[in-house]
Design a protein. Sequence first.
Length: 270
Amino acid sequence: MELDTEELRVLVSTGRERGYLTAESIADAVSELEVTRTQVEDFHTHLTELGIEVITKSDASARLAATEAVPGPGEPAVEAGEPAPTQEEIPANPIAAAAADSQPEATLDSLRLYLRSIGQVGLLNAAQEVELAKRIERGDMEAKRQMVEANLRLVVSISKSYLGRGLSFLDLIQEGSLGLIRAVEKFDYRRGYKFSTYATWWIRQAVTRAVADKSRSIRIPVHMVEKLNRVHFVERQLVQDLGREPEAQEIADELGWTIGEVRNVWRVSQ
């Protein structure tokens, strides 16, 4: 059957207004319909053609933080005509978050300088991302540098949520930046995904691994290490295919596991 119901038309209309839809809202909308995987994929392609991003709820929060946590010179925190976010949606000030985590004053000074520096770099629109990605594909290191620098605010936003886990804020940012660089190297602009949506998984992966390496005191059994490696491999493949963080169920389906097994591996890796 065609994916053309009143509910989906309303969903598309909402996506046009916002510029994005969450994968969860789409899943809810099609859950009662008898559709094939191909039809769902075609619907996602249709959304991309309309300029509507498909992101997870966590990605939506990260994107909001990336564009608002450290505004550049002359950048409004909220675009004209866009409703102001609620207090819960506004990311906490990175300096205040670091101070609350008892970071040394010298670290706070370095952080202030760093945030001021990256705040002066303009954000990229979709066309600019594609142009840079094409240049990167040709080996243009300057384009790679520009892509990385334009997305460092996303690294700061994600790193902030890992404060208090054994690493300083600057260390977290450094690890997240390595994940960002990896995302820049792996990004495939032909799939039509927004780079920040794709990069979020790579940044989180780098930060969580660094935190785990720092804090882990109990040796993980060999069989669990093998499971961790399998999950990480499948996650990377799905991120490349979907352009977003895969859900636990998607990973479980790919591995032939139960969702509980996947979540158990996640818990061990944290």
